[in-house]
Design a protein. Structure first.
Length: 250
């Protein structure tokens, strides 16, 4: 999965305001003194659009992802930005860093791709171990409202310059897992279109589940925010951001 997808990912995400998103996350990971940590890691970093922005802000960044193709594009992006960042192929459930960091982040549905309670708990425990005392875990989830009420059992079609997508979703209401069968048609240099398919599975975690699993992993000061705000989530928010703190040494 993701080998072909890596080539079209940035096109699919070209309507995301990465500058605003990175600024929001930088505000979330600042400590009580208002300072950024020295080192941070981003799990499920994809092609590194946020990783390079965090590095440009002065963080010593490590980006982790399971896809070698995604990571190659992230390394290219770091060179184009003129920033230093380390990229490693790693499962976020088994996050292991050579040095502990002041912040661990997982953006753009990374936690939704963990489709079982055990997988999410494993990530939270690995992130806890990777953090310095007082460090922060910050991540987002597509909300249950988005995945079940908006996307649910539905069919989408979209055409962009040089690419078209057909997107069929199937929801299991008992497990809250949505399976997304996506077919891509990408125009090649000779004008012909190449077709490939991807199957993606995400789980619509509830806010109560997430906060419980974070607390069980040892985190404190757990907060959920709707959209890119500092306000509690509303019923119709499509994305929820979470922050949690590893207790400082006492």
């Amino acid at each position: 999965m993701y080998d072909d997808f890596a080539g079209v990912y940035d096109t699919l995400m070209d309507d995301y305001d990465y500058d605003a998103w990175s600024e929001y996350y930088l505000s979330l990971i600042r400590g009580e003194d208002g300072c950024l940590p020295v080192r941070a890691a981003e799990c499920a970093c994809g092609t590194g659009s946020l990783t390079v922005r965090f590095a440009a802000a002065g963080l010593q960044m490590t980006g982790a992802d399971l896809s070698a193709s995604m990571l190659r594009r992230a390394e290219e992006k770091a060179r184009l930005w003129g920033v230093q960042a380390a990229f490693i192929r790693q499962d976020m459930r088994k996050l292991s860093l050579p040095r502990r960091v002041g912040a661990v982040m997982a953006t753009c549905d990374g936690v939704n791709y963990l489709t079982s309670e055990g997988d999410v708990r494993a990530f939270f425990e690995a992130a806890y171990a990777a953090l310095l005392p007082g460090g922060r875990l910050c991540f987002d989830c597509s909300s249950r409202h988005k995945l079940e009420d908006v996307m649910g059992d539905s069919f989408f079609g979209e055409e962009r310059d040089g690419m078209a997508t057909l997107w069929k979703n199937q929801l299991n209401p008992e497990t809250h897992v949505i399976t997304m069968d996506v077919t891509f048609f990408v125009r090649e240099e000779d004008g012909r279109y190449r077709r490939f398919r991807e199957e993606h599975r995400q789980r619509a975690h509830s806010e109560q589940e997430i906060t419980t699993w974070l607390a069980d992993a040892g985190f404190e000061q757990i907060h959920a925010y709707g959209g890119m705000t500092m306000e509690p989530p509303k019923d119709d928010d499509i994305r929820i951001h979470y922050t949690a703190v590893k207790p400082a040494l006492r």
